[in-house]
Design a protein around this ligand. Structure first.
Ligand SMILES: O=C(O)CCC(=O)C(=O)O
Ligand SMILES: [Fe+2]
Length: 330
């Protein structure tokens, strides 16, 4: 019997190791893997819009608009402050309350555990795979449709240059955390795909906390070599894999469509995730298949338990190592 080899070829694994990133086309099935997530979010936004309309927080339910234009309407209103939390698949790093929203739907859980995705992950980090809790949804509206005073909203702003290792605690510096950037739509250059610096994954750079300019944790300009940056478009159904030290940022969405992606992370079972306050789970274990989490409700319960704990803690955990007083941040 000839076994078919799932996952990535040795040449592609080598390419990832040398360049610090790898784009894989047609990894997921648009109908089977992606459409259920689109449907789940369409329902979620429908529920929110109706609730907020009933509460007098929105002037209309915008029944005739497609999903993302309803979202755009929300970003234009006072509900803008709330919407992102309802869509995200993680909790924030501060201000967590006992009823803070988080989206942990079945379709998202299924994509986190998608066998084809995990086959590729297995090629890069081995067969004992933990779903790392550093994960986000990114929905970037066409910039020109967003009112100027709302362009720093998470659903409009570009992502500053950073390394994902820079956003976790140093206890995970030796963990092989693999980033999987997964577009739900096409992600072209115009739509604001990622830009990254090939072969930049050798050392951890200094990061500065969000400064007066706003934005997030970022590598300061003087440590960047912008001439070496390349844009990395990815088609719907494809995925971008990044090493934890690959320097990356996102381009602005200058198109007329939304750019929607998830960024997920996986590490070897047993290695620190770098964010111990949040829950991960065993996504695949060849050694102990019974330890895999297969029930989306248990996944939801893990997040709800973490949320309850965090909302009650008097002393909030720290999420990264960087301080404003680094000389490069001055
Ligand atoms: O999608 C983005 O804008 C940023 C994504 C990112 O930083 C990541 O995938 O690690
Ligand atoms: Fe990142």
């Amino acid at each position: 019997m000839v076994a078919t080899m799932a996952g990535l070829s040795p040449a592609r694994v080598r390419q990832f190791q040398e360049e610090g990133y790898l784009v894989v086309d047609n990894l997921l099935d648009v109908g089977l893997d992606i459409q259920p997530v689109v449907d789940e979010y369409t329902d979620l936004v429908d529920t929110l819009v109706r609730r907020w309309y009933a509460e007098g927080k929105l002037p209309s339910t915008y029944p005739d608009l497609p999903f993302w234009k309803r979202l755009l309407k929300i970003v234009e209103t006072d509900q803008a402050a709330e919407i992102y939390a309802h869509l995200d698949i993680s909790l924030p790093q501060s201000g967590i309350t006992a009823d803070w929203p988080i989206h942990t739907g079945r379709a998202v859980f299924d994509i986190l555990r998608s066998p084809r995705l995990l086959d590729a992950v297995e090629s890069l980090i081995g067969p004992e795979i933990y779903s790392n809790p550093v994960q986000h949804i990114r929905i970037k509206m066409p910039e020109r449709l967003v009112p100027p005073d709302k362009r720093s909203h998470p659903m409009a702003a570009t992502t500053d240059w950073h390394q994902d290792q820079g956003v976790v605690l140093p206890e995970a510096d030796d963990s092989e955390i693999l980033t999987v950037w997964l577009p739900l739509t096409d992600a072209t250059i115009d739509m604001g795909c990622l830009a990254l610096m090939p072969r930049s994954h050798r050392e951890l750079m200094a990061h500065c906390p969000a400064g007066a300019k706003g934005g997030g944790l970022h590598i300061p300009d003087q440590l960047l070599r912008p001439a070496e940056a390349v844009p990395v478009p990815v088609k719907q159904g494809g995925a971008l894999f990044m090493h934890r030290r690959t320097m990356h940022s996102s381009l602005p969405n200058t198109s007329d469509e939304i750019r929607w992606s998830f960024d997920l992370r996986y590490n070897r079972i047993g290695q620190p995730t770098g964010r111990p306050a949040f829950p991960g789970f065993v996504a695949r274990s060849r050694r102990d298949p019974a330890s895999e989490l297969r029930d989306p409700e248990q996944w939801t319960a893990l997040w709800h338990t973490a949320r309850a704990t965090l909302s009650e803690l008097a002393e909030k955990p720290t999420f990264n190592r960087w301080t404003t007083d680094l000389p490069v941040c001055a």
